[in-house]
Design a protein. Structure first.
Length: 202
């Protein structure tokens, strides 16, 4: 179904309307004010998309698994270092000043290395998140491009809580159709390598 929205172009100035104008000038102002452009518009609820798009679930799980893996690796190293610190505290009284200083310097260096390791894990996770989000965006954008072309849409907006769109008529909401089409492509990705266009109008 084609969604219609009429956007009125031109500004009506009350000040100008109150001034003496020639007939031609008045007609010109009325014409400019009445200019309209007919656009076919739709919108997708991005919150619903994130909740129900299966590929988004896959991406989220990949990130969560990697985050859990990194947290475990860091926790193991941190635990090992903590044990070394506790061992030093127990035996420090039996060490010479030089020995104690050497151990403290070694522990300080290991603490610094642990912090650097944590930072590297964080950067790696952010890098992976950026990569997966880019892939996710690409899949949605490609699908919406085909959907828009097949349904003669001029614009497809993203709607979300706190976003730019305050209201949209329900007839412009294509969220359900888009989610179904995206999930159909997702489910068929392992069945065939041939591209599937689920945006075609029946």
């Amino acid at each position: 179904m084609k969604r219609k929205a009429l956007l009125v172009l031109g500004t009506f100035l009350a000040f100008v309307a109150c001034q003496p104008n020639s007939a031609n000038e008045g007609n010109t102002n009325e014409t400019e004010t009445a200019k309209k452009i007919d656009l076919s518009i739709a919108y997708v609820n991005s919150d619903s998309l994130a909740t129900h798009y299966k590929y988004f679930e896959e991406v989220s799980k990949k990130l969560e698994d990697k985050r859990a893996k990194y947290e475990k690796e860091f926790a193991n190293r941190a635990s090992g270092l903590q044990k070394q610190i506790e061992d030093y505290q127990k035996t420090a009284t039996n060490m010479t000043i030089a020995q104690a200083r050497a151990v403290e310097e070694d522990l300080t260096r290991k603490q610094q290395n642990l912090q650097q390791y944590q930072q590297s894990l964080t950067q790696e996770l952010l890098k992976e998140e950026s990569k997966l989000n880019k892939e996710l965006y690409g899949k949605v954008a490609e699908f919406l491009k085909k959907y828009g072309e097949n349904h003669n849409l001029d614009l497809i907006f993203k709607h979300s809580v706190g976003g730019e769109i305050w209201y949209g008529d329900s007839t412009m909401d294509i969220t359900k159709e888009v989610i179904e089409g995206l999930n159909k492509e997702y489910e068929m990705k392992d069945v065939t390598t041939a591209p599937v266009d689920s945006t075609s109008t029946k």
